[in-house]
Design a protein around this ligand. Sequence first.
Ligand SMILES: [Mn+2]
Length: 284
Amino acid sequence: MSDPRPTGAPATTTVAGAPVVPSPRSAPTGPPGPTEQDWQRLIAAIGHAVSIDLVCHVLPDGDALGSALAAGLALRSLGHAPRVSFGDDPQVVPESLGFLPGLDLLVPARAVPERPELMITFDVADPQRLGLLRTKAEAARLLAVLDHHASSTGFGGLRLIDPAAPATAVLVDELLRGSACRWTATSPCLYTGVATDTGSFRYAATTPATHELAARLLATGLRHDLISRRLWDTQSFGYLKVLAAALERAELDPAAAAASASSGPGCPARTCWPTASRRRRSRA
Ligand SMILES: [Mn+2]
Protein backbone atom coordinates (compact mmCIF):
# COMPACT_ATOMS: atom_id res chain seq x y z
CA MET A 1 0.00 0.00 0.00
CA SER A 2 1.36 3.41 -0.79
CA ASP A 3 1.50 5.88 2.07
CA PRO A 4 -2.18 6.53 2.68
CA ARG A 5 -1.60 9.52 4.83
CA PRO A 6 -0.68 13.08 3.95
CA THR A 7 2.66 14.59 4.75
CA GLY A 8 3.59 18.20 5.37
CA ALA A 9 0.85 20.79 5.76
CA PRO A 10 -2.58 19.69 6.95
CA ALA A 11 -4.77 18.47 4.12
CA THR A 12 -7.59 20.68 2.97
CA THR A 13 -9.32 18.12 0.80
CA THR A 14 -12.56 16.53 1.86
CA VAL A 15 -13.51 12.95 2.47
CA ALA A 16 -17.10 12.18 1.61
CA GLY A 17 -17.92 15.85 2.06
CA ALA A 18 -16.32 16.11 5.49
CA PRO A 19 -13.48 18.51 6.20
CA VAL A 20 -10.23 16.77 7.06
CA VAL A 21 -9.24 17.93 10.51
CA PRO A 22 -6.06 17.51 12.53
CA SER A 23 -5.42 14.11 14.05
CA PRO A 24 -7.63 13.31 17.02
CA ARG A 25 -4.76 11.25 18.36
CA SER A 26 -2.85 14.19 19.73
CA ALA A 27 -3.44 15.16 23.32
CA PRO A 28 -2.05 18.22 25.05
CA THR A 29 -0.17 16.17 27.64
CA GLY A 30 0.95 12.63 28.29
CA PRO A 31 3.44 10.28 26.71
CA PRO A 32 4.06 10.53 22.98
CA GLY A 33 2.19 8.27 20.61
CA PRO A 34 3.66 6.44 17.64
CA THR A 35 6.27 8.30 15.63
CA GLU A 36 5.99 9.00 11.92
CA GLN A 37 8.67 6.36 11.47
CA ASP A 38 6.47 3.82 13.26
CA TRP A 39 3.56 4.58 10.96
CA GLN A 40 5.73 4.38 7.87
CA ARG A 41 7.06 1.02 8.99
CA LEU A 42 3.57 -0.36 9.43
CA ILE A 43 2.39 1.07 6.12
CA ALA A 44 5.38 -0.48 4.36
CA ALA A 45 4.73 -3.83 6.05
CA ILE A 46 1.09 -3.76 4.93
CA GLY A 47 2.17 -2.84 1.44
CA HIS A 48 4.55 -5.79 1.19
CA ALA A 49 2.42 -8.41 2.92
CA VAL A 50 0.57 -11.04 0.93
CA SER A 51 -1.20 -12.37 4.01
CA ILE A 52 -2.56 -10.07 6.72
CA ASP A 53 -4.31 -11.07 9.94
CA LEU A 54 -6.15 -8.45 11.98
CA VAL A 55 -6.82 -9.62 15.50
CA CYS A 56 -8.61 -8.15 18.50
CA HIS A 57 -8.93 -9.35 22.07
CA VAL A 58 -11.17 -12.13 23.30
CA LEU A 59 -14.71 -11.21 24.30
CA PRO A 60 -14.40 -8.19 22.03
CA ASP A 61 -16.02 -4.88 22.80
CA GLY A 62 -16.95 -2.16 20.34
CA ASP A 63 -13.48 -0.66 20.22
CA ALA A 64 -11.66 -3.94 19.71
CA LEU A 65 -13.92 -5.42 17.05
CA GLY A 66 -14.78 -2.06 15.49
CA SER A 67 -11.10 -1.22 15.09
CA ALA A 68 -10.18 -4.57 13.55
CA LEU A 69 -13.15 -4.51 11.17
CA ALA A 70 -12.51 -0.91 10.13
CA ALA A 71 -8.94 -1.80 9.27
CA GLY A 72 -10.14 -4.92 7.48
CA LEU A 73 -12.68 -3.05 5.37
CA ALA A 74 -10.14 -0.39 4.51
CA LEU A 75 -7.44 -2.86 3.53
CA ARG A 76 -9.92 -4.85 1.46
CA SER A 77 -10.95 -1.71 -0.39
CA LEU A 78 -7.27 -1.18 -1.14
CA GLY A 79 -6.94 -4.60 -2.74
CA HIS A 80 -5.77 -6.71 0.20
CA ALA A 81 -7.52 -9.83 1.46
CA PRO A 82 -7.22 -9.50 5.24
CA ARG A 83 -8.63 -11.93 7.79
CA VAL A 84 -10.18 -10.62 11.00
CA SER A 85 -10.29 -12.88 14.02
CA PHE A 86 -10.28 -13.19 17.79
CA GLY A 87 -9.27 -16.12 19.92
CA ASP A 88 -12.52 -17.33 21.45
CA ASP A 89 -14.00 -20.75 20.80
CA PRO A 90 -16.82 -20.53 20.11
CA GLN A 91 -16.30 -17.17 18.54
CA VAL A 92 -19.33 -15.12 19.52
CA VAL A 93 -19.92 -11.60 18.25
CA PRO A 94 -21.84 -9.70 20.93
CA GLU A 95 -25.42 -9.09 19.88
CA SER A 96 -24.94 -5.35 20.33
CA LEU A 97 -22.18 -5.41 17.68
CA GLY A 98 -24.01 -7.57 15.17
CA PHE A 99 -24.72 -4.56 12.97
CA LEU A 100 -21.06 -3.76 12.27
CA PRO A 101 -20.10 -3.84 8.60
CA GLY A 102 -17.27 -6.17 7.69
CA LEU A 103 -18.30 -9.16 9.80
CA ASP A 104 -17.91 -11.27 6.67
CA LEU A 105 -14.16 -10.78 7.15
CA LEU A 106 -14.33 -12.69 10.41
CA VAL A 107 -12.71 -16.14 10.49
CA PRO A 108 -12.33 -18.60 13.38
CA ALA A 109 -9.00 -18.64 15.18
CA ARG A 110 -8.11 -21.98 13.60
CA ALA A 111 -8.24 -20.33 10.14
CA VAL A 112 -5.37 -18.00 11.06
CA PRO A 113 -2.02 -19.38 9.82
CA GLU A 114 0.25 -21.01 12.36
CA ARG A 115 2.96 -18.53 11.44
CA PRO A 116 1.24 -15.37 10.16
CA GLU A 117 3.19 -13.19 7.78
CA LEU A 118 1.82 -9.97 9.27
CA MET A 119 -0.48 -9.88 12.26
CA ILE A 120 -1.83 -6.62 13.63
CA THR A 121 -3.50 -6.64 17.03
CA PHE A 122 -6.13 -4.09 18.02
CA ASP A 123 -6.91 -3.04 21.57
CA VAL A 124 -4.83 -5.88 23.01
CA ALA A 125 -2.73 -4.78 26.01
CA ASP A 126 -1.54 -8.24 26.99
CA PRO A 127 -0.86 -11.37 24.89
CA GLN A 128 -3.08 -13.31 27.27
CA ARG A 129 -5.99 -11.36 25.83
CA LEU A 130 -5.33 -13.04 22.49
CA GLY A 131 -6.72 -16.30 23.81
CA LEU A 132 -6.34 -19.08 21.23
CA LEU A 133 -4.37 -16.76 18.94
CA ARG A 134 -1.56 -16.07 21.38
CA THR A 135 0.77 -18.77 20.09
CA LYS A 136 0.19 -17.76 16.49
CA ALA A 137 0.83 -14.12 17.37
CA GLU A 138 4.11 -15.04 19.00
CA ALA A 139 5.09 -16.96 15.84
CA ALA A 140 4.20 -14.12 13.46
CA ARG A 141 6.97 -12.86 11.22
CA LEU A 142 5.87 -9.36 12.16
CA LEU A 143 3.50 -8.63 15.02
CA ALA A 144 2.28 -5.04 15.03
CA VAL A 145 0.37 -3.76 18.04
CA LEU A 146 -2.15 -0.92 17.77
CA ASP A 147 -3.40 0.02 21.20
CA HIS A 148 -4.19 2.79 23.62
CA HIS A 149 -3.75 1.01 26.95
CA ALA A 150 -1.09 2.50 29.20
CA SER A 151 -0.88 -0.98 30.72
CA SER A 152 0.39 -2.50 27.47
CA THR A 153 2.94 -5.15 28.40
CA GLY A 154 5.46 -4.40 25.67
CA PHE A 155 4.85 -7.34 23.35
CA GLY A 156 5.08 -7.09 19.57
CA GLY A 157 7.80 -6.25 17.08
CA LEU A 158 6.22 -2.99 16.01
CA ARG A 159 4.34 -1.11 18.68
CA LEU A 160 2.03 1.77 17.93
CA ILE A 161 0.76 2.65 21.37
CA ASP A 162 -0.84 5.91 22.36
CA PRO A 163 -2.09 5.96 25.93
CA ALA A 164 -3.48 9.44 25.31
CA ALA A 165 -5.86 8.17 22.64
CA PRO A 166 -9.36 7.55 23.98
CA ALA A 167 -9.81 4.48 21.78
CA THR A 168 -7.85 2.18 19.51
CA ALA A 169 -10.24 3.27 16.77
CA VAL A 170 -8.54 6.67 16.89
CA LEU A 171 -5.26 4.97 15.96
CA VAL A 172 -6.96 3.16 13.10
CA ASP A 173 -8.26 6.48 11.88
CA GLU A 174 -4.70 7.77 12.03
CA LEU A 175 -3.46 4.82 10.00
CA LEU A 176 -6.13 5.23 7.35
CA ARG A 177 -5.98 8.99 7.10
CA GLY A 178 -5.71 10.08 3.51
CA SER A 179 -6.04 6.57 2.13
CA ALA A 180 -8.42 5.67 -0.63
CA CYS A 181 -10.42 3.41 1.68
CA ARG A 182 -14.16 3.68 1.67
CA TRP A 183 -15.09 5.92 4.54
CA THR A 184 -18.78 5.22 4.36
CA ALA A 185 -18.06 1.54 4.99
CA THR A 186 -15.57 2.02 7.80
CA SER A 187 -17.26 4.88 9.65
CA PRO A 188 -19.78 2.79 11.67
CA CYS A 189 -16.89 0.65 12.93
CA LEU A 190 -14.74 3.61 13.91
CA TYR A 191 -17.66 5.47 15.45
CA THR A 192 -18.61 2.40 17.47
CA GLY A 193 -15.03 2.11 18.74
CA VAL A 194 -14.78 5.72 19.80
CA ALA A 195 -18.29 5.91 21.26
CA THR A 196 -17.77 2.69 23.23
CA ASP A 197 -14.47 3.62 24.83
CA THR A 198 -15.47 7.18 25.64
CA GLY A 199 -18.73 6.05 27.25
CA SER A 200 -20.58 7.91 24.54
CA PHE A 201 -18.19 10.88 24.80
CA ARG A 202 -18.55 11.23 28.56
CA TYR A 203 -15.17 10.04 29.86
CA ALA A 204 -12.26 12.34 30.69
CA ALA A 205 -10.13 11.09 27.78
CA THR A 206 -12.62 12.68 25.38
CA THR A 207 -11.00 15.71 23.74
CA PRO A 208 -12.03 18.29 21.15
CA ALA A 209 -10.19 16.11 18.64
CA THR A 210 -12.40 13.17 19.63
CA HIS A 211 -15.47 15.21 18.78
CA GLU A 212 -13.84 16.34 15.54
CA LEU A 213 -13.34 12.71 14.59
CA ALA A 214 -16.95 11.96 15.48
CA ALA A 215 -18.04 14.91 13.33
CA ARG A 216 -16.11 13.56 10.36
CA LEU A 217 -17.63 10.14 10.83
CA LEU A 218 -21.15 11.55 11.13
CA ALA A 219 -20.59 13.49 7.92
CA THR A 220 -20.31 10.19 6.07
CA GLY A 221 -24.00 9.71 6.77
CA LEU A 222 -23.86 7.09 9.50
CA ARG A 223 -26.89 6.75 11.77
CA HIS A 224 -25.32 7.47 15.13
CA ASP A 225 -28.75 7.41 16.75
CA LEU A 226 -29.33 3.84 15.62
CA ILE A 227 -25.82 2.81 16.62
CA SER A 228 -26.29 4.27 20.11
CA ARG A 229 -29.64 2.56 20.49
CA ARG A 230 -28.06 -0.75 19.55
CA LEU A 231 -25.03 -0.29 21.80
CA TRP A 232 -26.72 0.95 24.94
CA ASP A 233 -30.48 0.97 24.73
CA THR A 234 -31.24 -2.52 23.47
CA GLN A 235 -31.25 -5.34 26.00
CA SER A 236 -32.76 -8.76 26.04
CA PHE A 237 -35.76 -9.37 28.25
CA GLY A 238 -33.64 -11.82 30.22
CA TYR A 239 -31.16 -9.05 31.04
CA LEU A 240 -33.97 -6.85 32.30
CA LYS A 241 -35.17 -9.62 34.57
CA VAL A 242 -31.67 -10.06 36.02
CA LEU A 243 -31.35 -6.30 36.46
CA ALA A 244 -34.68 -6.18 38.23
CA ALA A 245 -33.61 -8.98 40.57
CA ALA A 246 -30.25 -7.28 41.22
CA LEU A 247 -31.81 -3.93 42.01
CA GLU A 248 -34.28 -5.61 44.33
CA ARG A 249 -31.33 -6.89 46.36
CA ALA A 250 -29.41 -3.60 46.29
CA GLU A 251 -27.75 -2.59 49.57
CA LEU A 252 -26.32 0.71 50.69
CA ASP A 253 -22.70 0.38 51.84
CA PRO A 254 -22.05 3.14 54.43
CA ALA A 255 -18.25 3.06 53.99
CA ALA A 256 -18.45 3.30 50.23
CA ALA A 257 -21.08 6.00 50.54
CA ALA A 258 -18.76 8.07 52.74
CA ALA A 259 -15.85 7.58 50.35
CA SER A 260 -17.81 8.63 47.30
CA ALA A 261 -19.27 11.61 49.13
CA SER A 262 -15.75 12.94 49.73
CA SER A 263 -14.37 12.17 46.29
CA GLY A 264 -15.21 15.51 44.80
CA PRO A 265 -17.90 17.42 42.98
CA GLY A 266 -20.06 15.54 40.60
CA CYS A 267 -19.69 12.26 42.47
CA PRO A 268 -22.78 10.69 43.94
CA ALA A 269 -23.07 10.87 47.69
CA ARG A 270 -24.66 7.43 47.80
CA THR A 271 -23.29 4.09 46.66
CA CYS A 272 -25.30 0.95 46.44
CA TRP A 273 -24.31 -2.51 45.29
CA PRO A 274 -26.86 -4.45 43.31
CA THR A 275 -26.11 -8.15 43.15
CA ALA A 276 -27.46 -11.10 41.22
CA SER A 277 -26.66 -14.72 41.90
CA ARG A 278 -24.88 -16.84 39.31
CA ARG A 279 -27.99 -19.05 39.24
CA ARG A 280 -30.19 -16.03 38.54
CA ARG A 281 -27.86 -14.81 35.77
CA SER A 282 -27.69 -18.21 34.13
CA ARG A 283 -31.47 -18.27 33.92
CA ALA A 284 -31.53 -15.01 31.97
MN1 LIG B 1 -10.12 0.26 23.64
